[in-house]
Design a protein around this ligand. Structure first.
Ligand code: SF4
Ligand code: SF4
Length: 292
């Protein structure tokens, strides 16, 4: 099972390079009695979305850090070095760690890529456009016999059947952030290491994000109602969406979360304290306010 690069289809790809729309039919069926059952999970290359990680870590009863450490590997999503994570396999075995003798051990919470298969999703944004376009492709790998089954189904119904809609809905803002970052190109400039770390925190490390959002430092800068902070203490999906808003504010300067009136002054004071600034020369060592 192979993930689909978001912005290119390599020549050797098993993708059938025919664009499919939601109302077009594919001929495909996967079921437990098929001869190739589990074959697709024995050699994987699966990237994870934020909501995939939320679902899997909850299913496994792990913290974000535990899940990321035990089951994932970091990688660069594109030539812009946006940080991504993939499911980690053993050095001597490319099979998915969640594959059991009876099939997928996390089936109800399986990642987006597994749900889509044998479809691939590509999200694109044309130059000078603010609208993202989703396009679907068929992936035709030799070991997969699902294409020989007689059932036809529309792309829309297949997405529904596989529970993909919920995943795409929750990840939508995140995909938009990636596409916007790519399409912005040199106008926004090369992202800093710090912004990549923040992207990683908001995208993949939900528990770390919660600690950050509930910290005193956060409340010093952002003016968020206490009722909303209370929700973010326990609601993972809301926290994920809040993290995407934060990313839009930090990466693109969008006014998605209100700032405290005196936020900048407090940041300056705190930064000066952290740097042990000389009161005789207050600007010594001070390299300007931070965005977060
Ligand atoms: S998560 Fe489940 S469906 Fe996806 S590759 Fe692993 S075992 Fe297969
Ligand atoms: S039909 Fe394809 S997707 Fe289903 S088990 Fe076989 S190889 Fe995997």
């Amino acid at each position: 099972m192979t993930d689909i690069p978001l912005d290119s289809i390599p020549n050797h790809s098993p993708l059938n390079p025919v664009k499919l729309s939601l109302d077009e039919n594919i001929q495909f069926r996967c079921h437990k009695d098929i001869a190739c059952f589990n074959e697709c999970c024995k050699r994987i290359d699966i990237t994870l979305t934020p909501y995939d990680i939320l679902r899997l870590k909850t299913k496994l009863g792990l913290s974000s850090a535990e899940f990321l450490g035990q089951y994932t590997l970091p990688y660069e999503m594109d030539s812009h070095s946006m940080p991504g994570v993939k499911i980690k396999t053993a050095d001597d075995n490319p099979a998915c760690p969640f594959l059991s003798e009876t099939g997928c051990s996390v089936y109800e919470d399986r990642p987006t890529v597994c749900r889509y298969y044998a479809l691939g999703l590509m999200s694109m944004r044309k130059e000078n456009s603010a609208i993202d376009e989703d396009t679907y492709f068929l992936i035709h790998e030799d070991h997969c016999l699902g294409h020989q089954e007689s059932r036809t189904v529309t792309v829309a119904d297949y997405r529904k059947e596989q529970g993909v809609e919920e995943y795409d809905q929750i990840n939508r803002d995140w995909r938009q952030i990636i596409l916007k970052k790519r399409s912005a190109g040199p106008t926004i400039g090369k992202p800093s290491q710090r912004s990549f770390q923040f992207f990683f925190l908001c995208s993949y490390n939900l528990d770390g994000l919660r600690d950050f959002v509930l910290s005193d430092g956060f409340s010093e800068v952002y003016d968020v109602e206490s009722a909303i902070l209370d929700i973010l203490k326990t609601d993972d999906v809301m926290l994920l969406s809040f993290g995407f808003k934060l990313l839009k504010q930090v990466l693109f300067g969008e006014n998605t979360i209100p700032l405290q009136a005196d936020a900048m002054q407090k940041r300056v004071e705190r930064r000066r304290e952290d740097l042990n600034v000389d009161p005789e020369d207050p600007n010594k060592n001070y390299d300007g306010p931070e965005m977060i």
